[in-house]
Ligand binder design. Structure first.
Ligand code: HAM
Length: 420
């Protein structure tokens, strides 16, 4: 047994190593393809920001109030690791003022000081999109359809979509008053936390997953019944679009989501193959006021975040997205000291062929074992005889193990022919 290592990855974080990392690559590239096809460009931003960027999301947000990694750098600047992607994208928008609609996607880690458990981590990774500068409900449809099509392209069948509208500045305040009154009459029925906080944050009670709050809000007034004309028309058009694209959804009047910035459309995707509290595989919504809150001009916007780890757990549960066969196509075996392997492997790579080799002048036998284990379909073998004659032996590693001798100068072309 090797001695226990002095350091391990911090609690709630994990290393993603091959071959599992091949699934990550596949998932990210699927998402990138879909995003590009829908006209989105990649945005890459800092993983930490001035803490104020996130504080402006609202102190009613648990992620900001209780879960942020906050620190001072050596220059005394107050910073925070990003707990989510939206605020950073909005900060970048306000800083650079690109033309609108601005459609961007990202694949990036988020950091939240949560109680680690299966599907809930302190560093998780999100695939996301944000569209800034349009309040057209068809944008909502585009964004939701993009997430939907990602799950579908992965082969996931057990992912459901919940949809809601939580109104806007015009209609939400009256609704919140109404809900506040309803909850006030039932304070005793709420969970411990919300008995204290329901008065200031009635909407948060709708988001509470504890059975007491669920029960107490079963018959609560629904925002959907109190939307103003403009919000109702917006929502109607979103529903019409989802129907037209054959995207099934359920109305979920309690879906207010965990951030204070949401307005109008909110949505969440749930993997029913996953258990309980960690089965949200993606979610998002409109945030028509956030750009202003972060110092920009009035700019409507919408986006989503999809948890990579959770999507992969859902793929495991449904037995889809098997990792692509890892490894290279060609393995170079060199029993003459390694220079042939060095030169041949780079000739192949420069010609676009995936090739690898062994090191440390291991025996021919040991190198052949490596070649077999590598999953490569061809081995190129150079022994003293081949070297003297300016040839290479080319052996099929799958099937009948046929072998042929090829002139050194022709070997790259021959390999490409065989692999084609
Ligand atoms: P969120 O719902 O907090 O939204 O996170 C998005 C997704 O990230 C979740 O649905 C889940 O799949 C995954 N996730 C969140 N927290 C964890 C965790 N601790 N461990 C593993 N996975 C996790 C947002 O972050 C918003 N910024 C989404 C958005 C974009 N809204 C508008 N634009």
């Amino acid at each position: 047994m090797p001695p226990a290592p002095p350091f391990r990855a911090p609690s709630g974080t994990h290393d993603v190593l091959p071959p599992e990392s091949a699934r990550w690559e596949l998932l990210v590239s699927r998402f990138a393809d879909l995003a590009h096809r829908a006209g989105f460009g990649l945005v890459v931003g800092p993983l930490f920001e001035d803490v104020g960027v996130f504080q402006r999301l609202g102190e009613g947000t648990d992620v900001v109030r209780k879960e942020m990694y906050v620190f001072e750098d050596r220059g005394g600047r107050p910073l925070a690791l990003r707990p989510e992607g939206t605020a950073s994208v909005v900060r970048a928008f306000v800083q650079h003022r690109p033309t609108t609609p601005w459609k961007v996607w990202y694949a990036a880690p988020s950091f939240r000081y949560e109680r680690p458990q299966a599907g809930r981590y302190r560093q998780h990774h999100q695939l996301g999109v944000e569209v800034l500068g349009s309040d057209d409900p068809d944008v909502d449809v585009d964004v939701i359809a993009l997430a939907h099509d990602l799950y579908r392209s992965l082969g996931l069948r057990q992912v459901t979509l919940a949809l809601n509208s939580i109104g806007d500045r015009a209609c939400r305040p009256d609704y919140v008053d109404l809900l506040g009154t309803y909850l006030h009459e039932r304070t005793e029925q709420l969970c411990g936390e919300h008995r204290q906080r329901a008065g200031e944050q009635p909407l948060r009670v709708l988001d509470c997953k504890r059975p007491e709050c669920r029960h107490a809000t079963d018959a609560a007034p629904r925002m959907l019944d109190h939307l103003c004309g403009a919000c109702a028309a917006h929502f109607e058009r979103v529903r019409e679009g989802l129907d037209a694209l054959e995207i099934a959804y359920q109305l979920e009047s309690r879906l207010v989501r965990g951030f204070d910035y949401y307005t109008r459309t909110t949505f969440e995707f749930t993997a029913t193959a996953l258990a309980g509290a960690q089965n949200a595989v993606g979610g998002g919504g409109r945030y028509d006021g956030l750009v202003e809150q972060l110092g920009g001009p009035p700019t409507p916007a919408i986006g989503f975040g999809i948890g990579i780890e959770r999507v992969l757990l859902a793929c495991d549960a449904e037995a889809v997205l098997t990792p692509p066969a890892a490894g290279v196509d060609v393995w170079v075996v060199d029993a003459t000291g390694g220079a042939e392997a060095r030169d041949l492997s780079w000739s192949l790579r420069r010609a676009g062929v995936a090739a690898d080799r062994g090191f440390d002048e291991r025996s021919m036998r040991a190198q052949m074992k490596l070649a077999d284990r590598s999953g490569a379909s061809l081995a190129l073998i150079v022994g003293p005889e081949e070297r003297a004659r300016g040839t290479v032996s080319l052996r099929q590693l799958r099937g009948d193990g046929a072998q042929q001798v090829v002139a050194r100068d022709d070997v790259v072309a021959r390999v490409k022919e065989l692999l084609a």
